[in-house]
Write a protein that binds this ligand. Structure first.
Ligand SMILES: [Zn+2]
Ligand SMILES: [Zn+2]
Length: 350
């Protein structure tokens, strides 16, 4: 089969002919129908995140945002069958540790990451580990393109707003950084009945946010983000979503909250910060602000999300802006260097 492989950090991906995967006893091989290109792949490509232990052994086939059809299952797989249409969360969990048993499989003690700890979906086929848990059946009403976008960015935004920030109807949410997760968060925030303010430095992304229903947008290049968000929300957002882990963005996200507000942070840091970002601690105390982290989405919450998507109340496929062939992935990664992608680019031809 064909695969786009990361052979050397920072060098262009190499399209290679590699052996088709065959499933281990508990695994399933999935024919990839759609594979999203996520900023995490860009971070992997440029060699970020070694400081939190996320550095793949090379060469590797990247890609962790996929949906497809099961074509082979291992002998010990019981609930997944050849022909099943499935989505795969990027974090494959064990299903047996204390976190998995408590419904927090995104925090699994034995997490594996598609395209990071083993070969992912920039290929015709992918081997999904522990398939009974990690191959999530797709309702008929959810097409593959919607499901691919679900596997990372959309489900991450859902978990962040719905569970970690407990966003409620009638509240204001300020989305700081309208990348893939941010644009998903705009759509989800609107669907949850919140007023959404989107913040970015790219007018095209702010326009996309307005198209998804953002009530107000703020161009961070135009002046004081904090003041602008406070004005748009009548005194500050109830919830901020931090879509990137840069120091200035985290600070603006925190300071644009009203008293008692919650910052839910989904964006990891980059080489500049290497995991460490200063925060205005006194403000956090005096205004009783909360900072909560959010990573991925526990498996137990996926069926409900798929149901909402199937019912047409959320439209992740509507965020897909580019459908490309496998050999187009490199170009998307290169444009990500300048934050020059809008919405989701997905590979649909291998
Ligand atoms: Zn991702
Ligand atoms: Zn586990």
């Amino acid at each position: 089969m064909k695969a786009a492989r990361l052979v050397e950090i920072g060098s262009p991906l190499v399209i290679e002919e590699v052996a088709d995967p065959s499933p281990g006893p508990r695994d399933a091989v999935v024919k990839v129908e759609f594979e999203g290109i996520c900023r995490t792949d860009w971070h992997t490509w440029v060699g970020d995140w070694s400081w939190i232990g996320l550095a793949p052994a090379l060469p590797i086939t990247m890609g962790h945002e996929l949906a497809g059809t099961v074509v082979a299952v291992g002998d010990s797989v019981s609930s997944v069958n050849v022909g099943d249409r499935v989505a795969v969360p990027f974090h494959e969990a064990c299903g047996r540790c204390s976190y998995c048993r408590a419904g927090r499989s995104n925090l699994c003690d034995a997490l594996e990451f598609l395209g990071m700890t083993h070969d992912g979906g920039y290929a015709e086929y992918v081997n999904v580990l522990n398939a009974d848990l990690n191959c999530v059946p797709l309702p008929d009403a959810v097409p593959f393109d919607a499901a691919a976008a679900l596997g990372c960015r959309f489900m991450t935004a859902w978990h962040a707003l719905q569970h970690q920030a407990s966003l409620r109807a009638g509240e204001w949410v300020a989305v700081h950084g309208v990348g893939g997760i941010g644009l998903s968060a705009v759509q989800i925030g609107v669907a949850l009945g919140a007023g959404v303010v989107a913040v970015d430095i790219d007018e095209r992304k702010l326009k996309a946010a307005r198209e998804q229903g953002a009530a107000a947008t703020v161009n961070a290049r135009d002046g004081d983000v904090v003041e602008a968000v406070k004005e748009a929300t009548g005194g500050g957002a109830h919830v901020s979503l931090g879509g990137l882990g840069t120091a200035s963005l985290v600070n603006a996200a925190l300071m644009s909250l009203r008293k008692g507000g919650r910052l839910v942070q989904v964006g990891l840091t980059s080489k500049e910060e290497q995991g460490i970002v200063g925060i205005p601690l006194d403000e956090l105390i005096e205004a009783e602000l909360t900072i909560v982290g959010s990573v991925g989405n526990p498996h137990v919450h996926l069926p409900a999300l798929l149901e909402v998507v199937g019912a047409g109340r959320l439209d992740p496929a509507g965020l897909v802006t580019e459908r490309i062939a496998l050999d187009g992935a490199q170009g998307v990664l290169e444009r990500m260097t300048g934050f020059d992608t809008i919405g989701f680019a997905v590979i649909d031809r291998f």
